[in-house]
Write a protein that binds this ligand. Structure first.
Ligand SMILES: Cc1cc2nc3c(=O)[nH]c(=O)nc-3n(C[C@H](O)[C@H](O)[C@H](O)COP(=O)(O)O)c2cc1C
Length: 402
């Protein structure tokens, strides 16, 4: 019997892992919101691979080491943080919970980690910093109109954003088929979605009453008036991503943004090299959580090669598929300086607002701390490739493991 299935937690406080929060989120959200959060592109092969790829590495613990003084502190781009974790940029967080961006940012402040706000957020960056006090990083999608980029940079600077994170893997938007199935035309959910939303009244009340679904505030002024609501924007937006974005544009952005500049969505070693040549401060190895190119490699699979060649020359961040402290420990051991979390805190947000995000971060903090102790280490800086062995024994089966 699968004991996991038999367990049904009811509150975020009783959630003991990220999967528990995911189940709570699935219960609270209407299908239209849960599929937006959860889904990947096309057949979701990359989405699945992002999880499976961690299994290729096993820990080799050291024993009889005093680990009483262990801690998880780290520093990124010259700033100190309590954990090697960043909340990843995710758009339309107001669809999960009212003021979802702010709730994520406040939980990040409490955890003493950075929060990255999406271009397609429902809250302005200035409001995020003034109301949460978080260490703000701003994510940039380069859209059709250059005015949008200029406006976003102005707001990011006004909000005192420490870093600009340019996402480069969505210039040609992913084919997310579940999104298409929920709508009959842009902005028009089909009857099934409407009925399902009416079956989730607490969710609907929270995110849409009394003024309707939240807008994409950073770009609304640049959209056609009838496409400004998040409901319409969600289906209209993919049409204004700009396929022409290239390294020249990035070089110009480097000149315009004097603070930390990070490129998100890199998987090829040569692209890391290019970023270094342009004076980029950091890269995020990412496949966008399996929402873009279906069938692409998992970032953790590229990490060893990239870390070996470039770790000393650029800050290496990574995301896609991280749900456990063991996943984070593996990435740090393989050479990542930090890990971005996308869905994990979002499940917490959907399940229980700010308290849910805090619960997600607490769960992962405890898990990571436990891994360190069990490996015989006192800090995340001590994680290194020798903590791991590659390759799952071919004879291994669930049966064989018992
Ligand atoms: C609901 C959702 C919305 C997202 N929106 C954005 C976004 O606006 N900008 C961006 O760069 N990445 C976006 N991403 C990708 C995340 O930043 C991150 O790369 C991904 O979620 C990591 O995978 P994980 O969810 O398995 O942790 C989004 C991901 C999700 C799940």
């Amino acid at each position: 019997m699968n004991r996991h299935r038999a367990y049904r937690c009811r509150t975020v406080q009783s959630a003991i892992n990220i999967e528990d929060l995911r189940r709570l989120a699935a219960r609270h959200l209407a299908n239209i919101a849960f599929e937006y959060l959860e889904g990947g592109a096309e057949e979701e092969r990359t989405l699945r691979r992002n999880r499976q790829a961690f299994d290729q590495w096993q820990f080799i613990p050291r024993t009889l080491v005093n680990t009483e003084s262990r801690h998880l502190r780290t520093s990124l781009f010259g700033r100190d943080y309590a954990l090697p974790i960043i909340i990843a940029p995710t758009g339309n967080n107001g669809l999960q919970r009212r003021q979802g961006d702010l709730k994520l940012a406040r939980a990040a402040t409490q955890a003493q980690i950075p929060f990255c706000l999406s271009t397609v957020s429902n809250t302005r960056p200035e409001e995020i910093t003034s109301r949460s006090g978080c260490d703000l990083w701003m994510q940039l999608y380069i859209l059709e109109k250059p005015e949008i980029t200029a406006d976003l940079l102005t707001h990011a600077a006004a909000a005192n954003a420490q870093a600009l994170m340019v996402t480069t893997d969505a210039n040609v938007f992913g084919n997310r088929e579940w999104d298409q199935r929920n709508f009959k035309r842009p902005g028009q959910p089909n009857l099934r979605s409407v009925l399902d939303a009416l079956c989730h009244l607490p969710w609907l009340w929270d995110v849409a009453f009394p003024t309707g679904f939240a807008e994409f505030v950073n770009i609304a002024a640049f959209l056609p008036p009838h496409m400004r609501s998040a409901r319409h924007g969600a289906t209209y937006l993919p049409t204004i991503f700009k396929a022409r974005v290239d390294w020249d544009l990035l070089a110009r952005l480097r000149e315009r943004w004097p603070r930390t500049l990070i490129v998100k969505g890199i998987l090829h070693p040569k692209d890391v090299e290019r970023a270094i040549e342009l004076g980029i401060d950091g890269v995020v190895l990412s496949n966008h959580g399996g929402r873009q190119l279906d069938g692409s490699v998992a970032p953790i699979e590229m990490l060893p090669e990239i870390a070996q060649a470039y770790r000393a020359r650029i800050t290496l961040l990574i995301d896609s598929g991280f749900r456990r402290g063991t996943d984070i420990a593996k990435a740090l051991a393989l050479g990542a300086h930090g890990v971005l979390l996308g869905r994990a805190p979002l499940y917490g947000l959907a399940a229980g607002g700010e308290a849910g995000v805090t619960r997600a971060l607490t769960i992962l903090t405890c898990e990571l701390d436990r891994v360190l102790g069990q490996l015989g280490l006192n800090s995340v800086q001590e994680l290194n490739p020798a903590c791991l062995r590659a390759g799952w024994p071919t004879a291994f089966t669930e049966q064989g493991a018992r």
